[in-house]
Design a protein around this ligand. Structure first.
Ligand SMILES: [Fe+2]
Ligand SMILES: [Fe+2]
Length: 163
């Protein structure tokens, strides 16, 4: 899996910011682009994937990941973000455990996608459309790792109530 792009300075910035500002940032920088970008990327991959089992496996892996991400961002928007916006602490328990498990599932899906595409490398003779798909997948991988890092390392520690 690729290293996250986000740097220590940006992490420090969000650690110092009110959690509600981080929630706004997560919505704008990650959730909204996923809602807009996942269906577009799915259509691109369905059209431009190489023929044969390798291309089919990439599409299937992407569709699974895309469905999980779609469910996951909705889960956060109904179960976590409203509590943060209300200025309340979140109680550690099954709900949060579910979010963390979903992050682990997403990380595994991204790992599979990177493996199936040989690290999003553009093969010799790739069509421009397939090249654009691989670039889109690489961007999704990097952005999603940053997205999960901000939630796991900054948002959750800031909003979970001490036991
Ligand atoms: Fe999120
Ligand atoms: Fe998340």
């Amino acid at each position: 899996m690729r290293a996250p792009v986000i740097d220590a300075q940006e992490l420090a910035h969000w650690r110092a910011a009110p959690p509600v500002e981080l929630v706004d940032h997560l919505m704008e920088a990650y959730h909204a682009p996923l809602r807009e970008g996942l269906p577009r990327l799915a259509a691109m991959i369905a059209r431009a994937r190489p023929p044969g089992p390798e291309g089919d496996a990439i599409l299937k892996c992407f569709e699974t990941l895309s469905n999980e991400l779609d469910h996951h961002i909705h889960h956060e928007e109904v179960a976590l973000f409203p509590v943060v916006r209300a200025g309340q602490k979140v109680v550690e328990g099954r709900g949060l455990w579910g979010l963390r498990a979903e992050h682990a599932g997403t990380a595994a899906g991204l790992h599979d996608l990177a493996r199936l595409t040989h690290g999003y490398a553009v093969p010799d003779g790739a069509t421009p459309a397939w090249r654009a798909c691989l670039e889109g997948l690489r961007n999704l991988d990097e952005a999603t790792q940053d997205h999960m890092k901000l939630e796991d390392e900054v948002l959750l520690p800031a909003v979970v109530a001490a036991p």
